[in-house]
Design a protein. Structure first.
Ligand code: ZN
Length: 305
């Protein structure tokens, strides 16, 4: 709750950062401060963003239907027919991120203040060696093959608005055993940050879709992830479910919020039964635990605009 209050404050602080219409074609290479302007009513095309404005956070923006969206000068798709766009900020997001919407030769921009976060160092020991430092050629080949499957699953950009559902937690109860973004040391070997939110729960605990979406990957036996499911909730906002003991969905299935997609397990690189819940948007790793509150708040604020 504390984190959310901070995000709302940042929204209030940057809501007036609306740029005048511009024909400029080249996006800025670096984040620049918002241009000086009078506090008059915003001109079309408008742009308003709200949500969890933190490293690893997710937010929603509203702009003209079909407007082209740019994040820090980089193309990030288009607003849908209702003007909604989902955006996210990675673990290393800078203190300020410029979002721009372009439509009909005009543009609107907002400078979002992104709250920094502290990340802990977490040691995990007792993992099977071939899941930490694989050397077996057959294992390496399998990892390469599975990386392709994941790439295909991440490439999805579903045209749906599941991200407006207001996310629920995928399992009831359980104990949080790993926070998102922690620096990891696996069997003594420094590893990449942990981009999951780990909830320990008994094997067989039902896992539910947090929001509507389309399944883009469902594989019962991945080397690292074990039973793995990806769901695209629209515009490539993808949630992932790792180490599952059972899968109840197949790639291509359209799921509704709350639908059981499988069950908690300890398959793949896991020390015990838990759900490793992950989120991703356009190559950026996001923190799903923040998205639960961030998306609901963002929708409520922007829908009343
Ligand atoms: Zn995890």
């Amino acid at each position: 709750m504390k984190r959310l209050a901070a995000a709302v404050l940042f929204l209030a602080a940057c809501a007036a950062a609306e740029a005048p219409p511009s024909e400029t074609a080249a996006p800025p290479a670096v984040v620049s401060p918002p241009p000086a302007e009078s506090p008059s009513a915003p001109q079309p095309p408008s742009l308003a963003c709200a949500g969890a404005l933190t490293q690893g956070g997710v937010a929603l923006c509203r702009a003209a239907p079909g407007a082209e969206i740019f994040i820090a000068g980089e193309s990030a798709g288009r607003a849908d027919a209702n003007g909604w766009t989902v955006i996210g900020f990675n673990r290393e997001a800078p203190a300020s991120v410029r979002v721009e919407a372009r439509a009909g030769g005009q543009s609107a921009a907002q400078e979002l203040a992104i709250a920094p976060r502290q990340f802990d160092i977490q040691r995990v020991d007792g993992l099977p060696p071939q899941t930490v430092t694989p050397t077996d050629p057959a294992v390496l080949e399998r990892i390469r093959r599975e990386a392709e499957l994941k790439r295909a699953g991440f490439a999805s950009l579903a045209q749906m608005e599941g991200f407006l559902d207001g996310f629920i937690l995928p399992i009831e109860g359980g104990v949080v055993t790993g926070r998102w973004g922690n620096q990891r040391i696996l069997n003594g070997v420094p590893s990449t940050p942990h981009f999951g939110y780990d909830i320990a729960a008994p094997t067989g605990t039902p896992v539910r879709a947090p929001a509507a979406g389309v399944v883009t990957l469902a594989n019962p036996d991945m080397h690292y992830e074990g039973g793995l499911v990806f769901i695209d909730h629209g515009q490539g906002l993808i949630t992932m479910y790792l180490h599952m003991s059972r899968l109840d969905v197949a790639a291509g299935d359209v799921v509704t919020q709350g639908q059981v997609i499988g069950a908690v397990g300890s398959s793949g690189r896991a020390t015990g039964p838990h759900l490793c819940w992950r989120m991703r948007w356009r190559e950026r790793q996001l923190d799903p635990s923040i998205a639960v509150e961030g998306l609901a708040t963002a929708r409520a604020q922007l829908a009343s605009n």
